[in-house]
Design a binder for this molecule. Structure first.
Ligand SMILES: NC(=O)C1=CN([C@@H]2O[C@H](COP(=O)(O)OP(=O)(O)OC[C@H]3O[C@@H](n4cnc5c(N)ncnc54)[C@H](O)[C@@H]3O)[C@@H](O)[C@H]2O)C=CC1
Ligand SMILES: O=C(O)[C@H]1O[C@H](OP(=O)(O)OP(=O)(O)OC[C@H]2O[C@@H](n3ccc(=O)[nH]c3=O)[C@H](O)[C@@H]2O)[C@H](O)[C@@H](O)[C@@H]1O
Length: 474
């Protein structure tokens, strides 16, 4: 094992996880080379620009610049690396199984450049149980001189959330390492020593949480580590779907999901987190990982009805938003609907499986005129959602002006801080569907619909107003 505190690390794949990992490890003092086959990303990173939006990441990137290198050439990074961390994508195939093509390609490229000394190949991508063994086989088949090479394969699942990636990377609850190689585990203990002991100066803007416990160091078999990642995401998705199911019943029996969650959350066995009802979970991983787990079950002829129900509840939840709109506006043909927020959650530009996509698609099918705004994801949407013909607004106020309804899809702070008095005064009809339950007091003549909550502001008829009218009596 190298004696120095600082290791040479190659991070393969510079997406949301790879970038967070590379920058965090450089901040902790390691020398990191990020490798990506996407040369556009590498060029941007070389210019000091980030290809993704993640709060605080640009500052940390610049603070650690001297220990960060970017390349598309495996040969420039792998031979020198003590640790190679694979963070390539594992997107879903139509049958729910993850596409492991990028993992196989990365493993082959790594194998061809191994140096013959002891190197640790870490898999951080989310992969089905058994992938670590399969990667070992790919390394054996492709390393130039298999017998001369010594290496360990370790599964090290990632638990960061987009939007809070730095916080989650620097202050993790646990670091999970699965491997049959004790030597591999020990090298990773060295890699993560500063994290484990919380022995670093917190970067500006990412303070250490008060009373923070040190991360748990969890070592397991390769298979168990791979399973831990899927089980964790499945359980979180399940919690949200449970909250959404109870929210639906709350609406029918005139109870309030927020009061209910507050009440049950004080039971320490339940807790408050990940029980916020809304438009359903989205993002790059929950749908992909629940589908992957169900598809793994199917391979073994093993049903997973609880997980399947969580997925079904989520699908239904996505449709709820438009139903709420129809309840008030009836026919949506020609109605102008403002959608605030496109990203699947605040503080990211990631649009993968964003609930806003389903909502906009449905609104368009029903003939509505859709105007959208997002503080950071508009450009991304122009690239990825070019099949949707909505109008873009340059500000939230512009989106809302003249609208028959506003749907708040993503709880960006900017929307929370809007001057709602001014915003609703410019609407044609004062109907606000808050799918994230974040709005509190709107002008009294506004209908505010939330998820699973008693109608916070009630009105019996929804008047149509001349645009710009400042008040109305109902
Ligand atoms: N996005 C997230 O918040 C989290 C993602 N994960 C998992 O981490 C993995 C990566 O996810 P993201 O970072 O979101 O993916 P991403 O799609 O943002 O990034 C993947 C990157 O890998 C690169 N790549 C593909 N093949 C390559 C190859 N052969 N060599 C070098 N680079 C290659 C792509 O060009 C891309 O830049 C996935 O398995 C995901 O499930 C785990 C925890 C959190
Ligand atoms: O494997 C992954 O990719 C990651 O997936 C999630 O992280 P992420 O998808 O970035 O974001 P979350 O904060 O978990 O939110 C996911 C979705 O659930 C929704 N959500 C979240 C929490 C909640 O209480 N209610 C709720 O509807 C969010 O709005 C969002 O659409 C997990 O939280 C991470 O631990 C995991 O590493």
């Amino acid at each position: 094992m190298p004696n120095t505190e600082s290791l040479n690390v190659a991070v393969v794949g510079t997406g949301y996880v790879g970038l967070g990992t590379a920058v965090m490890l450089a901040y902790l003092g390691h020398h990191v080379t990020g490798i990506d086959i996407d040369e556009r990303k590498i060029e941007m990173l070389r210019r000091g620009e980030l290809p993704i939006y993640e709060p605080g990441l640009a500052d940390l990137l610049h603070a650690s610049e001297s220990r960060l290198t970017w390349t598309s050439d495996y040969a420039a990074a792998i031979p020198e690396a003590d640790v190679i961390i694979v963070c390539v994508g594992t997107p879903p195939l139509p049958n729910g199984h993850p596409n492991l093509r990028y993992i196989a390609e990365a493993a082959r490229s790594v194998a061809q450049n191994l140096n013959g000394k002891f190197q640790v190949i870490v898999n951080k991508s989310t992969v089905p149980v058994g992938t670590g063994d399969w990667v070992t086989r790919i390394l054996e088949d492709n390393a130039p001189d298999y017998h001369a090479n010594r290496y360990a394969v370790v599964s090290n699942p990632e638990f960061l959330r987009e939007g809070t990636a730095l916080h989650d990377s620097l202050y993790p609850d646990r670091i999970v390492l699965g491997s049959a190689s004790q030597e591999g585990i020990e090298r990773l203990r060295q890699l993560y020593r500063r994290l484990l002991e919380q022995d670093f100066t917190p970067p500006e803007g990412v303070p250490r949480p008060a009373g923070l416990a040190r991360p748990q160091f969890v070592t397991t078999s390769l298979n168990s580590a791979e399973m831990i990642k899927y089980a964790a995401n499945a359980f979180l998705a399940l919690k949200i779907s449970f909250a959404n199911e109870i929210a639906g019943l709350c609406e029918r029996v005139d109870a309030d999901i927020e009061e209910v969650v507050h009440g049950i959350g004080h039971d320490q066995r339940i807790g408050h987190r990940f029980l916020v009802a809304g438009a359903g979970w989205g993002g790059s991983c929950f749908a992909k990982d629940t589908a992957a787990l169900i598809s793994t079950g199917a391979e073994y002829d093993y049903d997973m009805p609880i997980l399947q129900a969580a997925v079904d509840v989520n699908r239904h939840q996505r449709q709820l938003v438009v139903s709420k709109l129809q309840r008030h506006l009836h026919r949506l043909q020609g109605k102008r609907v403002a959608v605030l927020g496109l990203a699947f959650k605040p503080n990211t530009d990631d649009l993968r499986d964003a609930p806003a996509h389903d909502c906009i698609t449905r609104l368009m099918e029903l003939g509505a005129q859709v105007v959208v705004h997002d503080p950071v994801a508009m450009e991304q949407a122009r690239r990825e959602w070019s099949h949707l013909s909505y109008q873009e607004a340059s500000s939230a106020y512009d989106a809302v002006r003249g609208a028959d309804a506003v749907i708040l899809m993503t709880e960006w702070q900017e929307y929370h801080d809007l001057d709602w008095e001014q915003a609703v005064a410019s609407m044609r009809r004062r109907l606000v569907i808050d799918t994230r339950n974040v709005l509190r007091q709107l002008p009294s003549d506004t209908v505010l619909e939330q998820i699973g909550r008693r109608r916070v502001q009630e009105t019996h008829a929804l008047p149509m107003l001349p645009v710009g009218a400042s008040s109305v009596h109902v």
